[in-house]
Design a protein around this ligand. Structure first.
Ligand SMILES: *[C@@H]1O[C@H](CO)[C@@H](O)[C@H](O)[C@H]1NC(C)=O
Ligand SMILES: *[C@@H]1O[C@H](CO)[C@@H](O)[C@H](O)[C@H]1NC(C)=O
Ligand SMILES: *[C@@H]1O[C@H](CO)[C@@H](O)[C@H](O)[C@H]1NC(C)=O
Length: 442
């Protein structure tokens, strides 16, 4: 039976197809010994192989001196990727195909047994709080269509992402997040060091193409995008003390088209109208006009990314948004790990079998590992993954990615039926922090 909320959501999807999101990739990223003084410690396949960190001799007094175990609060703003829409793939009950699997979200998931940034952090500080849990029906908010009262605070906790969200919806998300963190009994609001992941752009890209004009509507322009992000960052700085914000660069979402266009399962899903997805990437299909729209999207991603990089500098000493009052308590870091990936060259099972569009559980685990491995590297040294993804090592394929309906199988492992993967196991080697390592803020 459809609940009234479900019916509302479905109706909204029909009226205004949520440009959904895209997703991720692949690549082995062994950290090659860096020539800089920051030579990364050894990497491991399982975070539990890393020794625990010894207690600090004295608590940190600056955001520029944090160890990863100094974070005790995780938060996020974002879209359906951060909400982990359909990450677990097709479910026995079809209504659950429009669920967000919040507990497995790369940046916010806290369900046991899944590789996520909070679970990696919790290996070093069991007191981390704010991560999202479990699964529930999609919370839909896209541009002007953003109905209130959809959050499920017991599951979402400090994961304020909404499926369909665009940059303009960041203030709506902060309207949920800020009071929730402030009044949370588990949080030392003033004293706790907090990490916030901000990943928004994909839905803006999916609507940014215009068949009749080379530039997008004004409200989707790079300058509008920049102003919105800037307001969000300023609000975070003034409202949530001691926060390090990691802003993810966006990627060429159009690659999802190339990856899935020849897959019969995906084509059938699209033709059935069962999936709603990225307007710019799919509407005109394999026509020259379709190629032109996808090129517009990719060009737009470059402009949005340039805006993010400019904002990063603006919050550094000497920049127009730098304020010495917050010099030791606030930082904006940019995570470039996703920007260089070529989605079209990914293994098919990096996308959810529900819609051949969103990141699968495997992709979420991969993104979590990328973020983790980049945490301690300054921007210039962060791993960027420009190379086409290497064939991944299937020995630790997360079990929930198996059985997806589409092309996944062609890349899938043969006969792996071990479902008992502990939370810390990654197919990308993981970095082990040491007592000396600090979270990079430059
Ligand atoms: C976790 O919280 C407990 C109880 O408040 C405290 O004793 C312990 O030191 C904390 N651990 C860390 C790593 O912060
Ligand atoms: C993304 O698209 C832009 C614009 O076409 C292009 O310059 C860039 O190389 C693409 N990135 C990747 C990783 O394919
Ligand atoms: C995959 O992992 C297994 C076990 O860790 C290892 O023996 C094997 O060499 C790896 N294969 C590749 C292609 O990296």
């Amino acid at each position: 039976m459809l609940t009234p909320l479900t019916r509302l959501l479905l109706a909204l999807c029909i009226v205004f197809p949520p440009p959904l999101l895209l997703a991720s990739p692949a690549a082995q990223l062994p950290l090659s010994p860096s020539p800089s003084s920051l030579s990364p410690p050894a990497t491991v396949p399982d975070i539990f192989v890393c020794p625990p960190l010894p207690p600090r001799e004295s608590p940190p007094t600056s955001i520029h001196d944090l160890r990863v175990d100094d974070f005790s609060v995780v938060m996020a703003l974002g879209d359906s990727i951060t909400a982990a829409f359909s990450a677990k793939g097709p479910q026995p009950d079809p209504i659950e195909d429009i669920f967000e699997n919040r507990g497995v979200s790369f940046s916010m998931g806290g369900d046991p047994g899944f590789l996520t940034l909070p679970n990696l952090m919790r290996r070093f500080n069991p007191n981390v709080t704010g991560f999202s849990l479990g699964d529930h029906i999609a919370e839909f908010c896209a541009g002007p269509l953003c109905p209130p009262f959809q959050y499920h605070p017991r599951h979402d906790r400090f994961n304020a992402a909404q499926s369909g969200a665009m940059a303009v919806n960041l203030m709506h998300e902060l309207g949920y997040l800020v009071p929730r963190v402030k009044k949370s009994e588990d949080v030392d609001f003033e004293g706790a060091w907090k990490h916030l992941t901000l990943f928004i752009m994909s839905n803006d890209l999916c609507l940014s193409c215009t068949p009749l004009s080379p530039s997008p509507p004004t409200w989707l322009s790079p300058s509008a995008f920049s102003r919105t992000l800037e307001s969000a960052l300023l609000l975070i700085r003034s409202q949530i003390p001691r926060t390090l914000v990691t802003v993810l660069l966006g990627l060429n979402v159009s690659g999802v088209y190339d990856l899935t266009k020849d897959d019969p399962g995906c084509a059938a899903l699209r033709h059935s109208g069962a999936v709603f997805e990225c307007t710019c990437a799919f509407t005109l299909g394999s026509t020259p006009a379709g190629d032109a729209l996808r090129a517009q999207m990719d060009a737009q991603a470059q402009l949005y990314n340039a805006a993010i990089l400019e904002l990063r500098t603006s919050f550094q000493p000497g920049g127009r948004n730098y304020d010495p009052t917050y010099g030791d308590t606030f930082a904006v870091v940019v995570e470039p790990g996703m920007a260089g990936v070529r989605v079209g060259a990914w293994p098919g099972d990096m996308l959810s079998g529900v819609d051949c569009f969103h990141p699968s559980g495997r992709a979420h685990a991969w993104m979590a590992a990328v973020m983790w491995n980049n945490l301690h590297l300054p921007f210039a040294d962060k791993i960027r993954l420009h190379d086409p993804p290497a064939r991944l090592n299937w020995t630790s394929t997360p079990p929930w990615t198996r059985g997806s309906r589409h092309g996944a199988r062609r890349a899938g492992p043969a006969g792996d039926d071990d479902d008992s993967h502990p939370a810390g196991v990654s197919e990308v080697p993981l970095w082990c922090p040491t007592a000396e390592s600090r979270v990079a803020t430059t």
